[in-house]
Design a binder for this molecule. Structure first.
Ligand SMILES: [Zn+2]
Length: 438
C-alpha cells in the first residue's frame, strides 16, 4: 500500500495521531497511474494513453518544484488541466505547466473548468487590492510584531490579476474521455460557486478539490464572498451514492477504502446539514443574528475528529454565512441598521464610563479574568477605547496585549490571523506613537 494511503488509513482508523494536512512538495503514486504532489494545493495527476490529466496546478510560487516532483514520476506531456475551482492556490501554477509544454515543443494542454471560474477571475481583477489586504490578515496576521517594527498595514500581500483562463467550461456536468480514461466532471457549489468534483468511474476515484480538506469545511470565511454549506452537503451525499474507493483531495492526504470515505465525507455533510438546519430554524422564529449565533451548536465529538477540527474555518463563521445566504446583512438589532460612526459611539461610551482610562482598565481586567465571554468583552472595550482616543498610547498597548491573548485562545487560522493582525497593528501604533512623542 502506498505510504500516503497507509498514513491516512491509520489516522482515520485511530491508530495514528499525525495530521492529514501536509505540504511536502513530494510526488507519490497513490494508485496505479495516479499521483499526488503534496503542495498548497495538491496536484493530482492521472496517466492516460494521451498524456496526463492534471487536477489543479498549485500556487505559482510552488509550480516549478511541483513540476520537478511530478517529472520524477512521469515524463508524459500534460494533456488536460482541470481546475477544481478558481482559487489562486489551485490555478496559479497553470502558466508554468503551459510554459513547460511550450519549452518541450508539445501540444498546449487544454484547461477545463466550471463556467463560473472566468467570472471569479474577473472579480479578482476588480478586487485585487482588497484580496491583498485580506490575505495579509488571514495568512500574514500571525506575526506578533513589537514596537518599532513595520506597520502591518503598509504591505498587503501580493495578489495576482493574471490567470490562465479555461479553454472549455461547462454548466452542470461534463463527460470526458482522455486517452481511454473516462471522467465525469460535476459542478457542486460548496466552498465556492465554481467547484468541480470529478468522478473517475473505472478507478472508482473522486478528485474532490476543496470539498474535503482534512479540517472543518471552509464554509464561513469571514472576509470572503458567499459560501454554500447546504449545497456542499448535497454534493457530498451525491458523491457517496457512487461508492468511491479512492478520494483525492486538493489539501491533505488521499484516502482509500469505501468505508473510510463514507465516514469522513458523511461527517462533513452531517456537520454542515446540522448548522444549516439549526440556523434556518432559528431564523424562521424571527430570532436576531446574535440569538442565532448563541443558540446554534455542533456535537463536540464531531469537532474532535481529525478530519473536522476547526483549525482553519469554524462553525461560528459558518452560521453567519448561512444567515447572509438566506437573509441579508441586517442583524435584527435596530440601532445597527444605520449605526452612529464607531468613533462617535465609542467616545460616548467612554465618557459614560468616566474616561478612556476607565475603559482600558476594565478591558485589562476582563482579559485577566479570562474565559470566552470575558475575552470577547475585553476586545469590544479596548476597541472602543482606541476609537474614542486614537492617540491614547496606553489603550494601544493594552489592545496589543489583549488581542495577543485573544489570538492564543483561538483555534481557527482565520480568527488567529485577524486577531494577530490586530495585535501587531496596535503594537506598531503604540511603538510608533511613543517614538514620535516629544
Ligand atoms: Zn484550496
Amino acid at each position: 500500500m502506498p505510504d500516503l494511503i497507509d498514513l491516512s488509513s491509520r489516522i482515520i482508523d485511530g491508530t495514528s495521531n499525525e495530521s492529514g494536512s501536509r505540504v511536502t512538495l513530494e510526488c507519490s503514486e497513490v494508485a496505479d497511474g495516479i499521483s499526488v504532489v503534496e503542495s498548497f494545493s495538491n496536484v493530482v495527476s492521472v496517466r492516460t494513453d494521451e498524456g496526463l490529466v492534471m487536477f489543479d496546478t498549485s500556487l505559482a510560487t510552488f509550480a516549478d518544484q511541483v513540476l520537478g516532483a511530478l517529472r520524477g514520476w512521469s515524463p508524459d506531456p500534460v494533456h488536460t488541466i482541470v481546475y477544481t475551482h478558481g482559487h489562486v492556490d489551485h490555478v496559479g501554477g497553470a502558466a508554468a505547466v503551459l510554459a513547460e509544454a511550450e519549452r518541450r515543443g508539445q501540444r498546449r494542454p487544454q484547461v477545463i473548468a466550471h463556467e463560473a471560474v472566468p467570472e471569479r477571475f474577473a472579480r479578482y481583477r476588480l478586487t485585487k487590492g482588497y484580496n491583498g489586504w485580506i490575505n495579509a490578515r488571514q495568512f500574514g496576521g500571525t506575526g506578533l510584531t513589537g514596537p518599532g517594527s513595520e506597520d502591518p498595514d503598509s504591505t498587503p500581500t501580493h495578489f495576482p490579476s493574471r490567470f490562465v483562463e479555461p479553454d472549455e467550461t461547462y454548466e452542470h456536468t461534463l463527460e470526458l474521455a482522455v486517452g481511454g480514461e473516462p471522467m465525469v466532471l460535476h459542478h457542486g457549489r460548496g466552498e465556492t460557486d465554481d467547484h468541480t468534483w470529478t468522478w473517475l468511474p473505472d478507478r472508482r476515484a473522486l478528485a474532490i478539490g476543496d470539498l474535503f480538506i482534512w479540517c472543518f469545511p471552509n464554509a464561513g470565511n469571514p472576509q470572503k464572498v458567499q459560501r454554500f454549506p447546504a449545497e456542499w452537503a448535497v454534493a457530498l451525499r451525491r458523491m457517496l451514492t457512487l461508492r468511491p474507493e479512492l478520494l483525492l483531495p486538493a489539501h491533505g492526504l488521499p484516502i482509500a477504502g469505501e468505508d473510510r470515505i463514507a465516514l469522513v465525507l458523511g461527517d462533513v455533510a452531517t456537520a454542515l446539514e446540522s448548522l444549516v438546519t439549526q440556523t434556518l430554524d432559528a431564523m424562521n422564529t424571527g430570532a436576531s443574528l446574535d440569538t442565532v449565533v448563541a443558540s446554534v451548536s455542533l456535537d463536540p465529538d464531531l469537532l474532535d475528529r481529525p478530519w473536522l477540527a476547526p483549525v482553519y474555518d469554524e462553525p461560528e463563521f459558518v452560521i453567519r454565512n448561512i444567515w447572509r445566504q438566506y437573509g441579508g446583512w441586517y442583524d435584527g438589532r435596530p440601532s445597527r441598521l444605520k449605526p452612529a460612526p464607531d468613533a462617535a459611539l465609542s467616545a460616548e461610551w467612554a465618557e459614560l464610563a468616566g474616561g478612556v482610562d476607565a475603559v482600558v482598565a476594565r478591558a485589562d481586567a476582563l482579559c485577566d479574568a479570562g474565559g470566552d465571554v470575558n475575552l470577547r468583552l475585553a476586545c469590544h472595550l479596548i476597541d472602543a477605547a482606541c476609537l474614542a482616543d486614537p492617540d491614547h498610547l496606553g489603550a494601544a498597548a493594552s489592545a496589543a496585549a489583549i488581542y495577543k491573548v485573544r489570538r492564543s485562545h483561538e483555534r481557527s487560522l482565520m480568527a488567529r490571523g485577524i486577531f494577530g493582525h490586530a495585535a501587531a497593528k496596535a503594537a506598531w501604533h503604540a511603538g510608533t506613537e511613543s517614538k514620535d512623542a516629544p
